[in-house]
Design a protein around this ligand. Structure first.
Ligand code: WT7
Length: 641
């Protein structure tokens, strides 16, 4: 299963790999010493003396890194580059329309961030306050994030695809009193009514006192006097300098909501020092970023990938980072490749779902471009199937660019398992080995550590600097969710296989989380949206295989006794979920079920529902313990898709 990658310029292909092995050994033997050195990849205003102060044991639980050090993230991303690369392009913005491009230098970005920091202050935002961002992929999104970091405010970016209700829930949960948005977003030639969504959300957020609105399209939007302000007008009045706030390493940097296996989305909290070290170090090491190169991560800043590898990692490293406000198939299926040529992209980082979608459209779209600038390709968000990997490597990368398949999570802050960018042997579908300082283990259901070539549940045995510190407002939920399944270890929620070479192959979630196009969706969230509909009495949601999305959403819905199933109602429920959560939560398949398979104690047997959704109805296992085994026959008979 290995593919030789030809690197003509590399005389000593083995050396980087050896160095990586040595770093792994050093980090495992002496984490404190290793991070004492590598924590210096960012600039500290007050250097740390303490390094690692962590324990996953319940009695003594704590996660603190570089705790007596002080720094500012925006100073790291901006000020420290001004003397050496003030006129270098920091952000290349590429709009929805090809060639709608804007280049912002480090000096220009610094000034914009300072101005916006002053705008926030004028709105009464102070250190520790939460600021919600609901924006398209525009430069102002990075400006707003960095401006928050500059004054010590905590940003919570909400993906522009989420509904007003989802946005409102996130605003209320973190208690933010200010929202930054745009009049409208543009995606694939369509307009997204961001400001109107904010207005709808704020009907249920009485504490929000101000809304700053960026003019993106110039579309006509309602402005509420005394609450809503135009971004450009506020910026014009703001002073162009602002001293960065001195932040403690463990002060919060941002909250990012993500779906879990139960309940509503959790506010994952990342702090200042450890997160920045992790985003910066992994950016440099995994992508082997070289001065002057153009780095393009296609993720939206509404997800963690956009935080760590569009904004923080690249800018802290003085890189040129691309912000893309479009989609892979607009105006046509050649968009990525045409844009790579036009912008001279050297490193390209995207998700398997996009690769699969483009692969289906044929090689011609790719071959119209030269892609001569490309040097390295990355993949993130879900397992990449070997067929998509090969196409990415052979067609998109012309067989000459290594692929780094990077495994990580919102919770981990940055990449955890990834191949060396110099690897001469690659295994399509394997993220291969942990980065130095990451200690993965595979455990069985009882928590026994499994050795050698095996398969099990993926845990991380010890802390790393980029680790999330808590769930906003609910520390107990943090400890419960991640550290009680296998006491003393961080449980990822993923399953994985390890081969005889020690390489990891992530097999996917083992909990009730579905990975739809590389985005996490909790089955419980979709279920609660469905049962909130007046005609629904019960719902169960599971994942199903999907050619392009990786996983699709399969919903079983039991209607109220007086309601008859119909195609119209199916459409109505799909629209309902879209309104309640957003387009990414809409079920791909929706089956009306007269009853759900339950144990006598009333627990839904998801194992059976998953099998039916997968179309694997020949091996449903023992159904005799069900309260009513006959419901299974009805489910199998009426399976959809
Ligand atoms: C889940 C985390 C990490 C940024 C994007 C998603 C899956 C992520 C890979 C990969 C196999 C992957 C896992 C993980 N995942 N990267 N390279 N190979 N699976 O962040 O929304 O927090 O989702 O994405 O299942 O647990 P996220």
């Amino acid at each position: 299963m290995s593919v030789a990658i030809h690197r003509p310029d590399d005389q000593s292909a083995d050396a980087p790999a050896d160095a990586l092995d040595r770093a792994r050994t050093a980090a495992a033997a002496d984490p404190d010493g290793y991070w004492r050195d590598h924590g210096r990849c960012v600039d500290w205003i007050v250097p740390y003396r303490e390094v690692k102060d962590t324990s996953f044991d319940a009695a003594d639980f704590r996660i603190r890194w570089f705790a007596d050090g002080q720094l500012n993230v925006s100073a790291n991303c901006l000020d420290r580059h001004l003397a050496t690369r003030g006129d270098q392009v920091a952000i290349v913005w590429e709009g929805d329309e090809p060639g709608e491009t804007l280049r912002v230098t480090y000096r220009d970005l610094h000034e914009r961030v300072c101005r916006f920091a002053n705008v926030l202050k004028a709105q009464g935002v102070a250190k520790g306050d939460r600021v919600t961002l609901y924006l398209p992929m525009i430069v102002e999104a990075a400006v707003a994030m960095l401006a928050c970091a500059r004054i010590g405010a905590v940003h919570s970016v909400v993906f522009g695809g989420f509904s007003p209700d989802s946005l409102a829930g996130r605003i209320r949960d973190c208690g933010s009193r200010i929202v930054i948005t745009a009049d409208e977003g543009c995606r694939g030639g369509k307009r997204i009514p961001l400001k109107a969504n904010v207005d709808a959300a704020l009907a249920n957020c009485p504490d929000v006192a101000s809304v700053l609105v960026v003019r993106r399209t110039g579309g006509d939007v309602a402005m509420t006097a005394g609450r809503d302000l135009w971004y450009d007008e506020a910026m014009a009045q703001a002073a162009p300098d602002c001293t960065p706030e001195l932040m403690n390493a463990e002060d919060p940097l941002f909250i990012l909501y993500t779906s879990g296996s139960t309940g509503s989305p959790k506010g994952v909290l990342h702090t200042t020092g450890g997160y920045l070290v992790w985003a910066t170090k992994t950016f440099r090491d995994v992508f082997d970023y070289r001065d002057g190169e153009v780095f393009w991560c296609t993720a939206d800043v509404g997800w963690v990938t956009g935080h760590s590898y569009v904004v923080y990692g690249p800018l802290a490293s003085g890189a040129t980072t691309v912000m893309f406000d479009g989609v892979p198939n607009y105006p046509d299926h050649g968009r990525f490749w045409e844009t790579i040529d036009r912008l001279g992209v050297n490193i390209f980082y995207t998700a398997p779902t996009a690769i699969r979608a483009l692969m289906r459209e044929g090689d011609d779209w790719v071959k119209r471009s030269s892609r001569a600038s490309l040097r390295l390709l990355g993949s993130v968000g879900e397992p990449i199937n070997p067929e998509a990997w090969r196409w990415y490597h052979d067609v998109a990368g012309d067989g000459r660019c290594p692929i780094v398949d990077t495994w990580w999570q919102t919770e981990t802050g940055g990449i955890m398992i990834a191949p060396s960018p110099h690897a001469t042997d690659a295994k399509p579908g394997s993220a291969t080995k942990p980065l130095p300082g990451v200690q993965p283990q595979l455990v069985d259901a009882e928590g026994q550590v499994l050795e050698g070539a095996t398969e099990g549940n993926l845990v991380i045995a010890d802390s790393w600097p980029g680790q999330m510190r808590t769930v906003w407002g609910d520390h107990e939920r943090f400890v419960q969710t991640y550290f009680t399944t296998y006491p003393g270890k961080y449980f990822t929620g993923d399953g994985a296989r390890r081969d005889a070479d020690g390489d990891y192959w992530i097999t996917g979630r083992v909990d009730d989380v579905i990975n739809v196009s590389g985005h996490r969706m909790g089955t419980a969230e979709v279920e609660s949206a469905l049962v909130a509909h007046a005609k629904v009495s019960e719902a169960a949601v599971v994942g199903m295989p999907h050619d392009v999305k990786g996983q699709g959403i399969y919903a079983y819905v039991t209607l109220n006794a007086d309601t008859a199933p119909s195609d119209e109602l199916r459409d109505e429920l799909r629209r309902w979920v879209r309104k309640e959560i957003g387009p990414i939560a809409v079920p791909d398949a929706l089956q009306f079920a007269p009853g759900l398979p339950k144990t006598r104690s009333g627990k839904i047997m998801r194992r059976i529902l998953r099998k039916i959704a997968e179309g694997d109805t020949s091996s449903l296992g023992d159904t005799s313990t069900l309260a009513d085994p006959s419901v299974v026959d009805a489910l199998v008979r009426d399976r959809v898709g």
